[in-house]
Each structure stands twice: as C-alpha cells, then as structure tokens.
Design a protein around this ligand. Sequence first.
Ligand SMILES: [Zn+2]
Length: 276
Amino acid sequence: MPELPEVETVVKGLRPLVEEKIVTGVEIREEKMIAFPKENIPAFKEELIGSKIEAVNRRGKYIIFELNNNKNMVIHLRMTGKLLVKEVKEFRDKHTHVIFSLNDGQEIRFNNIRKFGRVYLIDKNHPEQAGGLADLGPEPLSDQLTVDDFKKLFENRRALMKSLLLNQHFVAGIGNIYADEILFRSGIRPDRTADTLTESEKEKIYHNMREILQKGIIYGGTSFSDYVNAFGEKGSFQEELRVHQRQGEECYSCGTIIEKIKVSGRSTYFCPQCQK
Ligand SMILES: [Zn+2]
C-alpha cells in the first residue's frame, strides 16, 4: 500500500500537471469507488465538473484536490491505486476506473486493479465526510510536531509498537514498510508494548521516523510492484530497506538472520539481535 512518501511523491508529481486546470468531464466506470456522496453519482459529477483545481495536498495517505467551489476532492489509493495524468489519446488500460478530463486535453486517470481505492467529494469544512480523514493523528514531518509533542502521544498507549506506528490516529501516513524500517533503525522490537519504551527510545523513534520518511520522499517512494508516481515512474527506496521483506537474509549491521513474524495480523520483519 502506498504510504506517506509514496503519496507525497504522487502529490508532487500531480501539482504542476493539474493545478489551475478546470475539470471538464468525469467518467465513472466503477461506481463503488465513489465513496461520497454515496449513491449519488449525478451530484458528484455536477459539483465536480466546471470546478478549478487550486491546489493538491496530502494529509496522511489521503490526496486532497482543493477546488474553487468550497469542495475538496479526496482520494485514497488503498492497495493498488495509481493516479496518472495522460493525454486523452493515450491508451487507457482496463484497470482505469475513474477518469477526470481537464481543460488542457489531459486527463487524470484513477487506475486500480483491486478497486479498493476511494474518491470523496466533500465540503471543505466537513473532513469527516472522507472516511478517516478527520481523525488522523499529527503529520510526522510537520515542523509543528516537536520531539516533546511526539513523546506526549505515548501517554496511555500500551499497544505493540508495530501496531502503534500503523495506527493513523497516533501519527498519520505510516504503513507496513516504513514502520518496520523505523523500528529497526531505532533498535526496538516490533512486538514491544508502547508503555515499556524509555524517553530516549521514544526520541530515537521520532528522529528515525522523520529521517526515513524524508528519505523515502527523496527516493520517490518504495516500489515493489504497483506503486508509481503521476508520470508512471517507480521509486527506489526499496534499495534502502534494511529489514522489510528481507526474512532469511543477514542483517546488514550484525549478520543475524532477519526474521518474519505476524504482529496484529501484519507481516513484520526485524533483526532479533539489533532490536530489543
Ligand atoms: Zn542485526
């Protein structure tokens, strides 16, 4: 699933291609991907067509198109979603399920093999209309999130550390890949409970979280199979991974064999020597 660095890369790619463009048409081939307004496709189209895209931003793993009509179009890519900007005449593959035509002859294509991706057209001041958007925890890369703020987030938390980092109410945007990498680089076992962490361990997580997510963005995200940016290009952070999907291989730091376990149902990779 695309995580913060992948979604940020998609947003950065979209900005120069779609900002200041007007939506001139919407084609919906898979109605279930329109999550709000629910079962009212005519209203969705009517409010979207003719609007101008003023900005594209990210919050957690959500992509937010800010429109000039008091609405935001919010897209969650989920498992296999891709947002591509193509010329109308370019080949559309069969997994293109929602198409937004723009006034410059290009179109934004929401391509989604598993059809789990979702589109919401919401009132700007009603983020709760877009699934979990209103309940997200702080942005891990925000200048406003200090190390002390981050440490306060641990109050009354007893979850396993892997689950806590995946919890979008705790912090927004982290998924399975970056959670494993943050915990490895912080020397913390993914199945430790949050209430056992020392102050200095929490600080390590804070700094590693910011460093790794930032680096993920610089590398254009992690591409194992599906993820690509708005231009259809893959990222390269998979070459930087130290534990994720490396089970059975030697740890780069100590040579111990990397293990794979399940934590709260999610595949989790760690070094039993480096992580305590
Ligand atoms: Zn190790």
